[in-house]
Design a protein around this ligand. Sequence first.
Ligand code: HEC
Length: 162
Amino acid sequence: MSMSSKIMAGALGLSVFAGAAIGASHGAPSDDQIKSAIKGRQAIMQLYAYNIGTLAAMAKGEREYDAAAAKAAADNLAAVNGLKMDGVWLPGSGTASAKNTRALPAIWESGSDIGKRAAALTEAIAGLQAAAGTDLAALRGAIGPVGKACGACHEDFRQSDD
Ligand code: HEC
């Protein structure tokens, strides 16, 4: 493909994409949009789990404490937490109407506390970010509140396994 036809293809791709987005803003989200929103938020959750897993292994002594790796994992948690997440919490993508999700309808009910749960996680992650690279004792002290913040949201808004 020549350079100019690549640019053309790119521009066309972009306009198709923008068209889809504009179309979607009228009316209910499509099944594909719902599926991608679910996959997107589950991927975000997996990134949380991966990074907190690294830190938990160090806290439990299953993995040798490494200040740089601990700091990196805490920074990653903060980076993931800093993503704009409105898109992945698309209304209509909960267990009431969608498959392959454990997100409870309470998330979208008026007066939902999910914003508070998210804010609590942000605060706990900030504490962990400050502590994780200091030493093992500091990491151990700061990881608990993060685990609690994850768990509190799951308790209210994620369908239990059993
Ligand atoms: C604001 C609420 C909230 C917070 C905070 C939260 N979660 Fe979740 N989490 C959910 C919901 C809701 C689901 C179900 C998502 C779905 O199935 O669509 C979920 C799902 C998950 C999953 C399963 C993902 C999958 O592939 O199905 C994992 C793992 C997870 N969370 C880990 C974490 C960890 C670790 C933290 C803390 C660092 C955390 N979560 C913080 C709400 C939250």
